[in-house]
Design a protein around this ligand. Structure first.
Ligand SMILES: Cc1cc2nc3c(=O)[nH]c(=O)nc-3n(C[C@H](O)[C@H](O)[C@H](O)COP(=O)(O)OP(=O)(O)OC[C@H]3O[C@@H](n4cnc5c(N)ncnc54)[C@H](O)[C@@H]3O)c2cc1C
Length: 433
């Protein structure tokens, strides 16, 4: 009888795979994590804001030793038009006390650190190795084929943590086709600036305090696009994610769009004098709940981006990846106790996700991708109206405030239409209730 090489093989050493590996290794399960990059993190791109709570369950107070850039004390939302910017957000001293809510990080450093923790817990991390295929016995996954000579490895369960393009999930037929509507193309630059300049420009009192800005509005024309600027210690992470369908339809060159973004009068002063040190591109799964694949099969589970677990409206991905990795690992531990790795037993992985905030949140926003596909103007026309109305109310030109309110109401009637506003309010209410 064939002997397993490991109890569990995890494909991909991003947050999802590493979290699963950590839980399993801590329980004494023999686990290998196979990563195609030269080290974990070397291939990974993220904005990136990392939320503490999901990893803190596994490694309490991890932020005291992990390579983090700044803890975030202020989160802003900006609406941009060609010449204006409307700002809202939250700054709180509650975000400025340990254990903190979230941090800016660089994935290349952070994943490497996390992987060391996982290896210390006695998981085997095999770098520079590509998983080419699954090995099946009938309809049961029993191992993986790698690009190494004699590289077939056998196990009880394979966990696919291979990111947004997850060909493993596709090869098993669990995934619906990824459409250009389900993914955003994200571009990111790291722009170096002295920490003192960053502190002054973003109004923070020290180099450990950080700010995030999320940006949308009519400036991005007819696109479902979100820009971001995050403060690191000595640099800014600046980027843009645009639903791929919109880029294709409008024949937009992503680089031109990024350059346009950087030249906006509200953005330019933030990066002035900075030097671009890195440029990266990556896909973000943005299809939400309805784009998720089936999450398990016989001897197989799917976690993180491979399972399309991203809540783009709240900029949450890495934390959902960690949660799903933990749940998949715990499901394996339960299955091992009864020696049954069939899909019937592994289906409790989905149940765990359903009972947690991960799928509860994705369900809350399940209709959002469709809503924005049909009504892109919700993030262009309405923000434009808000910007123009705010401009009008703050522009002192000897027109009385009551007259201004009348003008704004007329503009709402002309540009948006009262009936259309009601219809839009109703569809948003219906989709999120
Ligand atoms: C520009 C951008 C900004 C983002 N900003 C944020 C943010 O601010 N906050 C947040 O929480 N999330 C953010 N996200 C989302 C977040 O990065 C992902 O949700 C998260 O990385 C998912 O983790 P994962 O482990 O599932 O996948 P990944 O991090 O993609 O890891 C997959 C790993 O699998 C490896 N791999 C793939 N195929 C194979 C194979 N065949 N063989 C071996 N190895 C393989 C890859 O090399 C990679 O290391 C952002 C994403 C992007 C692109």
């Amino acid at each position: 009888m064939r002997k397993n090489d490991f109890d569990v093989i995890i494909v991909g050493a991003g947050p999802a795979g590493l979290a699963a590996g950590y839980v399993l290794a801590k329980e004494g399960i023999s686990v290998a994590i196979i990563e195609r990059g030269i080290f974990p993190g070397s291939k990974n791109v993220m904005g990136g804001i990392f939320y503490r709570s999901s990893l803190d369950d596994l490694i309490p107070d991890f932020y005291k030793e992990a390579p983090i850039e700044r803890h975030i004390v202020e989160q802003k939302i900006w609406l941009l038009s060609e010449d204006s910017m409307f700002s809202t957000g939250i700054k709180s001293e509650k975000y400025n006390v340990e254990p903190y809510n979230c941090f800016s990080i660089f994935r290349a450093k952070f994943d490497k650190w996390f992987a060391k923790k996982v290896a210390d817990a006695s998981a085997m991390i095999i770098n520079e190795t590509v998983v080419k295929d699954l090995i099946l016995d009938g309809d049961r996954v029993i191992g993986v084929k790698t690009d190494r000579p004699n590289g077939d490895l056998y196990c009880d369960v394979v966990i696919a943590a291979d990111g947004v393009n997850s060909f493993l999930t596709k090869s098993l037929g669990l995934r619906k086709k990824i459409t250009t509507n389900n993914v955003a193309l994200a571009l990111k630059e790291i722009i170096e600036l002295p920490d003192k300049v960053i502190n002054d420009r973003f109004g923070v009192s020290g180099s450990s305090e950080g700010v995030t800005i999320e940006i949308t509005g009519p400036y991005f024309d007819k696109m479902r696009a979100i820009g971001f600027v995050y403060t690191n210690r000595n640099s800014l992470s600046l980027g843009l994610g645009v639903v791929t369908e919109d880029m294709v339809k409008l024949k937009i060159n992503p680089n031109d769009l990024l350059e346009k973004f950087k030249s906006h009068p509200a953005i330019k002063p933030l990066i002035n004098g900075g030097e671009t040190k890195e440029y990266m591109a990556h896909l973000i799964p943005e299809g939400g709940y309805y784009s998720m694949p089936k999450l398990y099969s016989n001897g197989f589970m799917v976690v993180g981006d491979a399972a399309m677990l991203v809540n783009s409206i709240h900029r949450e991905g890495a934390n959902l990846a960690i949660e799903s990795g933990k749940f998949a690992a715990r499901t394996y531990i339960e299955a091992k106790k009864i020696g049954d790795f069939s899909q019937k037993t592994l289906s409790s992985y989905q149940k765990k996700l359903e009972d947690s905030f991960v799928l509860r949140d994705l369900k809350t926003y399940k209709n959002l991708p469709k809503l924005l596909e049909e009504k892109q103007y919700l993030i262009s026309k309405y923000p434009k109206f808000i910007i123009d109305a705010m401009y009008e109310m703050y522009n002192v030109d000897k027109v009385s405030k009551s007259e201004k309110i009348k003008l704004i109401m007329n503009k709402a009637k002309k540009e948006l239409g009262y009936f259309n506003i009601l219809k839009d309010v109703f569809s948003v209410w219906r989709d999120f209730r």
